[in-house]
Design a protein around this ligand. Structure first.
Ligand code: BGC
Length: 450
């Protein structure tokens, strides 16, 4: 008998994007520049010199993009708010025109029966706050809470699900340790401070929500499960370190109020003893957690690997995406089950999942054939269904991404979209994966058994 992949009737089907990756017009209507605008305008930082100046021009085309969502049958859309549009200096003066953009977007979504869900911070810190030390400044938690409260007051009621921070690991690792992402620092002594302030900020945002909000709030972690390359004790220890560094470093302070002991081993004297009372702030009760899952890594001990002394081992004879990530759907189920085991039965959303593959040029046909992305979706959604059956409290799924967009410092070279975007003309063309996802949504997953 064929297995049924029908999902629960209240399962939420969505897609996700983020502000700097799609909006364009970063300084329009009085917005203050973000660290990403600065970074992108610094020679040598971005592939092909790409910037988010235009990106998908979503700031001006948002109504058309909502129609693309509607064509997919999306029930929910996860977007992020550009902090500097709302508060050009990061704190203080509110810019009504910037706030109005998100208000109009939310109304447009609601008019089309699409539930808006908002992420407050997806990496585009206002440059004015970076000038004050950015995430290295302890005041950043308070800055974030002030900004969050402005949005809650303006949009809560129309937006019923909020996320504080998207993927703090990427901010710390890419922004403060390895420097490949904004603000481009490379400093082992800064990275732990950035982590700690990001998690304090997330907690402060949740606290602010409890005072003025009436619905639900959580935080988004990117979780990449780690598997040892062999049974050798040094590989197993390296796997523990890699896991603590990437996964537990952020989820532990938020959900357990501690840091894993491996961080001291990894960072040595760069890992400070944080004040115990800070953990009351980091560990605020959440209504749900968002998990972004793309790939796994298989790990071996490697003295030269910084900072964890743990290196990924590329898996032979496996499909890899254009970003070099192994396609490994089992890791998604393993991740959600691990999360439940470690942190308890918190409602979960998969807030991002997707893949960059080579897409053929858009020809005469009205669909871009992308069989690898379609297969990725199919296998990962099947894995999710199995997870729900095994008792994981999974409430919804957001494909990354609605549109091809600016893949940060990789520029427009990596395409993750369900819709192809021609960055010269801004024309959007559905990919076969978009059609497939629309069928999944319409059949509530039943089509996955084919
Ligand atoms: C981020 C997205 C990014 C995607 C693909 C996630 O790390 O939240 O902004 O485009 O992965 O790399």
């Amino acid at each position: 008998m064929t297995r049924s992949y029908r999902f629960p009737a209240d399962f939420v089907w969505g897609a996700a994007t983020s502000a700097y990756q799609i909006e364009g017009s970063p300084l329009a209507d009085g917005a203050g520049p973000s660290i990403w605008r600065r970074f992108a305008h610094t020679p040598g930082m971005m592939a092909n010199g790409d910037t988010g100046d235009i990106a998908c021009d979503h700031y001006r085309r948002y109504k058309d993009d909502v129609q693309l969502m509607r064509a997919l049958g999306l029930q929910s859309y996860r977007f992020s708010v550009a902090w500097g549009r709302v508060l050009p200096d990061g704190i203080g003066r509110i810019n009504p025109k910037g706030l109005d953009f998100y208000s109009r977007l939310v109304d447009e979504l609601l008019e089309n029966d699409i539930e808006p869900t908002a992420t407050l911070f997806h990496w585009d810190l206002p440059a004015a706050l970076d000038d004050r030390g950015g995430w290295l400044n302890r005041d950043s938690a308070q800055w974030f809470a002030e900004y969050a409260e402005v949005l809650f007051k303006a949009l809560d009621g129309r937006v019923k699900r909020w996320y504080t921070i998207n993927e703090p690991w990427v901010v710390t690792d890419g922004g403060y340790l390895h420097g490949a992402l904004a603000p481009g620092h490379r400093n082992k002594y800064e990275a732990p401070i950035a982590t700690h302030n990001l998690m304090r900020a997330s907690g402060a945002g949740i606290q602010a929500y409890r005072a003025v909000g009436h619905h639900e709030i959580g935080v988004v972690f990117n979780i990449e499960p780690k598997y040892p390359a062999s049974n050798r004790p040094e590989d197993i220890a390296a796997t523990r370190r890699a896991h603590a560094y990437m996964n537990e470093q952020f989820a532990d302070p938020a959900l357990l109020g501690t840091y894993p002991p491996e961080l001291k081993e990894i960072f040595g004297d760069a890992w400070p003893d944080f004040p115990a009372e800070d953990f009351q702030l980091t560990k605020q009760p959440v209504d749900f957690v968002g998990i972004n899952y793309y790939t796994r890594s298989v790990v071996r001990h490697d003295d030269a690997a910084y900072p964890t002394k743990a290196s990924p081992v590329r898996q032979r004879n496996k499909t890899h995406t254009e970003t070099g990530w192994e396609v490994y759907e089992k890791g998604l189920g393993d991740t959600l089950k691990w999360f439940k085991d470690r942190y308890g039965d918190i409602p979960l959303y998969v807030t991002e999942n997707g893949a960059a593959f080579y897409d053929p040029p858009v020809a005469e046909s009205d669909v871009v054939e992308d069989p690898l992305r379609t297969a990725y979706l199919r296998t990962h959604l099947r894995a999710l269904h199995e997870c729900i059956e095994s008792g994981v409290n999974l409430k919804g799924y957001y494909a990354w991404s609605l549109l091809d967009n600016l893949e940060w410092s990789l520029g427009f070279s990596k395409r993750f979209g369900l819709y192809h975007v021609n960055f010269e003309t801004q024309e959007r063309t559905p990919k076969a994966s978009a059609k497939f996802y629309a069928q999944v949504i319409e059949s509530q997953g039943a089509v996955l058994s084919k």
